[in-house]
Design a protein around this ligand. Structure first.
Ligand code: FE2
Ligand code: FE2
Length: 484
């Protein structure tokens, strides 16, 4: 029985009728201890005994799905939550357009579906691993709580993908579910599947940039999987997107608050030149050019997550009705794309040019363009903060070809402005465009924990409103003696 009520009586909260699905319940109960082990070993370092003011999903309807309360992270109620089933839902794109959405995995698409679910699933624990030491340098209890909220929800997203593997894929699904607990971010022998998820998240600015840029890739991937003809995948990703919105919020407001604090400090000190870096840093805030470099790094790493511009895998997944486009149902075309073209940035004869390509094989490029448009809006809001403070500086997204590892520009060297350059020139200018070790050391020097309720580190402004409307001095994390 599936409905919008979440059953909290079972070990694994769910709205998928797990107690009547003995086989899957057993498989998940068997997987559960390994997950808790993983969380304790690879989740937030310290703070496992602290009471954290977290939201837990108690329903799946748009309004009122979350409930706030203190919980110790290892006792968080990770569950399996699917958005409500849309009655008579049909597939809206690809060769099966108009057919009823599938409630089971079509045999012919089993391999491709499993691959997509495993790749998505692998990113979820990876980011928790990347962020595991940040609690120790949180600039406030508010920020610490937001970090842990993101972490437990990424953990839940892993559950979401593991449920699909255990329920719809037999022994190989079980095997994949176990592997998801074995790979480790940054491990040379058993790394996470995607390069970006093996990078370090060494400081809080990286965390905010990561949630802004890299979680946004996650959002775009989930949006296109939410279109899937495989209904359980569509429903689970639709619910994940409701949680994901908070991750975007943490990133955007996090960077926004850093910008605000920097501008305020510059104004108070009468510094008008944003490139007067030594004087600005002496104020204990992060200069805007360094913020730009951090953005350049996280943006370019995130663009790599979209894969090759031209991809037959993407075309096949679309034609099969498994992975759609962003806002598929709002797009006014035939949703088959057999005769359509799409402009793609390519390297031709040593130049970056736009080439019309088959729209089906260019779907990764299209999703990346949608991502860029979405990210640009957030950057625009950051620039509003700078403008409002009267500081003359503008953050910009670098050119798509800048600092890329994957796709058309994986082997080229390009400036942030889009000028092709030699490798030597790139290396000479590298520290002007990407965070240098000095920049990293400076940021690191600011990373001292602030744990008194209502207080904030000097490099970041307080938020405008509290989580769950709580007052400014709310104790978002009750530190236990061991970690205080
Ligand atoms: Fe996630
Ligand atoms: Fe996320």
């Amino acid at each position: 029985m599936e409905n919008s009520q979440v059953n909290y009586d079972t070990l694994i909260p769910n709205n998928v009728g797990l107690s009547e699905d003995r086989r899957v319940l057993k498989a998940l109960e068997k997987w559960h201890p390994g997950y808790i082990d993983w969380w304790k070993n690879m989740g937030p370092n310290g703070f496992q005994e602290s009471q954290v003011y977290l939201r837990t999903a108690v329903g799946v309807e748009k309004n009122g799905w979350a409930q706030f309360g203190y919980v110790k992270m290892p006792e968080y109620r990770w569950g399996v939550l699917l958005a409500p089933q849309v009655e008579n839902r049909t597939i809206s794109f690809g060769n099966h357009k108009g057919e009823a959405a599938w409630q089971e995995v079509p045999g012919e698409y089993r391999a491709i579906l499993r691959r997509l679910i495993v790749i998505q699933g692998d990113t979820e624990p990876a980011s928790v691993e990347q962020q595991r030491y940040l609690g120790q340098t949180a600039p406030s209890l508010y920020d610490m709580r937001n970090l842990f909220q993101v972490n437990v929800e990424e953990g839940r997203h892993l559950w979401a993908m593991v449920y699909l593997l255990q329920k719809y894929f037999a022994a190989d699904g079980r095997e994949e579910a176990n592997m998801l607990l074995q790979r480790r971010s940054g491990d040379i022998d058993k790394p996470r599947m995607l390069g970006t998820f093996n990078e370090e998240t060494p400081d809080w600015l990286s965390f905010f940039m990561f949630t802004f840029f890299t979680d946004r890739d996650g959002k775009m991937q989930l949006e296109s999987l939410a279109q899937s003809g495989f209904d359980p995948l569509s429903r689970t990703t639709r619910f994940m997107l409701m949680e994901e919105a908070h991750h975007m919020f943490v990133g955007e407001t996090g960077v926004g608050r850093v910008i605000q604090r920097t501008c305020e400090a510059m104004n108070e000190a009468g510094i008008t030149d944003p490139y007067d870096i030594d004087r600005i840093r002496a104020l204990g805030v992060i200069d805007l050019p360094t913020l730009q470099k951090k953005a350049n790094l996280h943006y370019s790493l995130s663009l790599d997550l979209f894969g090759s511009e031209i991809s037959t895998n993407a075309a096949n997944a679309y034609s099969a009705g498994i992975k759609g486009r962003y806002n598929e149902e709002k797009i006014d075309d035939d949703h088959l794309l057999h005769n359509d073209s799409y402009p793609v940035l390519k390297m031709v004869d040593g130049k970056i040019v736009t080439v019309q390509e088959n729209a089906l094989t260019a779907l990764n490029m299209r999703l990346r363009d949608d991502y860029i448009a979405d990210a640009s809006k957030g950057v625009g809001r950051w620039n509003k903060i700078i403008q409002k403070a009267g500081v003359e500086f503008e953050l910009v997204l670098p050119h798509t070809a800048f600092h890329r590892e994957i796709g058309e520009f994986g082997n080229t060297f390009c400036s942030p402005e889009g000028e092709l350059i030699s490798e030597d020139t790139f290396q000479e200018r590298r520290n002007d465009w990407l965070p240098s070790s000095d920049d990293g050391a400076f940021i690191q020097s600011l990373m001292h924990p602030v744990t008194a309720p209502g207080e904030y580190a000097g490099w970041i402004a307080p938020p405008r409103i509290g989580i769950d409307q709580q007052p400014g001095d709310f104790e978002y994390v009750q530190l236990d003696e061991a970690s205080a």
